[in-house]
Design a binder for this molecule. Structure first.
Ligand SMILES: Cc1cc2nc3c(=O)[nH]c(=O)nc-3n(C[C@H](O)[C@H](O)[C@H](O)COP(=O)(O)OP(=O)(O)OC[C@H]3O[C@@H](n4cnc5c(N)ncnc54)[C@H](O)[C@@H]3O)c2cc1C
Length: 268
């Protein structure tokens, strides 16, 4: 990937900084996991909520919201885990990609109402594209740690196989029965050479959601649906679900950017 030349000077120290980037793991050249920890006590959050992280560059605070992927109970040790796509426009992620581990940052939150219902025994259908998988990983990790796993179907769409973040963890949960999850990855560009050898499901999330519901016997009255990520995918999936008879109040949504703001070359 050609990186835009972001020459803004990142400030190492600022009175507003209250957290530190403690770890980074690259998944592809455009996707990475970041762990940010408060310098003081961790702030409690619920799975599905987001934190806003930022740094000063050229005298201006650049900050953006990110869903937390880690479980709340881990925040004091490993910090808050984020799964982020590098957006090649000179805004926040071009700064984030330049930060060294140990960089001081600003982190505020939590915020958000994309939350699990307490003691909900319906089947949970988690639908996402790209980095929109993050809040679902937090939800599964926490309910697993609480010893209260919920019957779950994870439908995750990406353009390329190597973009399926958390693939291994989800596969393991499914295969060894650690969590009652059915993992359904789907690849939207099956003919691309990057996807050579892929024998799994193909098509965009909104194109496969109907068959997934039918094949897995997901009944509108016994299923709660959470959708996260790309706004067009969310609206299209919701419309398929409405046609299948899902009541609107059984569908919860988290949009990562406003509809109509799709940057060229990007898929969410
Ligand atoms: C509640 C909430 C939670 C979010 N959680 C995450 C998260 O966990 N991981 C994450 O990567 N992003 C997440 N985002 C998006 C994030 O806040 C930023 O918008 C994104 O990282 C791009 O920042 P930017 O400053 O570089 O560009 P921005 O000016 O913020 O966005 C420019 C354009 O980039 C595109 N874009 C933004 N986010 C993505 C994305 N994730 N994938 C593909 N294209 C994108 C959109 O077309 C957008 O209009 C979340 C947004 C919201 C509102």
């Amino acid at each position: 990937m050609t990186l835009p030349n972001d020459e803004r000077v990142i400030e190492a120290v600022a009175p507003q900084y209250n957290a530190t980037l403690i770890r980074r793991v690259d998944h592809t050249d455009a996707l990475a996991y970041f762990w940010v920890r408060f310098d003081g006590e961790p702030v409690p959050f619920d799975p599905g909520q987001y934190m806003t992280i930022g740094v000063f560059a050229d005298g201006k605070l650049w900050q953006r919201p990110y869903s937390v992927a880690s479980a709340p109970r881990e925040a004091g040790e490993i910090g808050y885990e984020f799964y982020v796509r590098h957006v090649p426009i000179i805004r926040f992620t071009t700064l984030l990609w330049r930060l060294p581990v140990g960089q001081s940052m600003r982190m505020i939150g939590p915020k958000g109402r994309f939350l699990l219902e307490p003691a909900d025994d319906r089947t949970h259908l988690f639908i996402s594209t790209g980095t929109g998988i993050a809040p679902f990983v937090s939800m599964i990790r926490q309910t697993l740690a609480d010893g209260r796993p919920r019957k779950t179907v994870v439908l995750h769409g990406c353009s390329f196989v190597d973009e399926l973040g958390y693939w291994e963890e989800l596969q393991t949960w499914q295969q060894d029965g650690t969590y009652p999850v059915t993992y359904v990855p789907t690849i939207s560009r099956p003919d691309d050479p990057r996807n050579a050898g892929w024998t799994g499901r193909t098509g965009r999330v909104e194109q496969v959601v109907q068959s997934v519901c039918k094949n897995l016997g997901l009944r509108p009255d016994r299923t709660v649906v959470y959708i996260c990520g790309n706004p067009d995918m969310i609206l299209n999936s919701e419309s398929v679900l409405m046609n299948l008879g899902f009541p609107e109040f059984h569908v919860k949504k988290e949009l990562y950017w406003p509809k109509g703001k799709d940057a060229a070359l990007l898929r969410g």
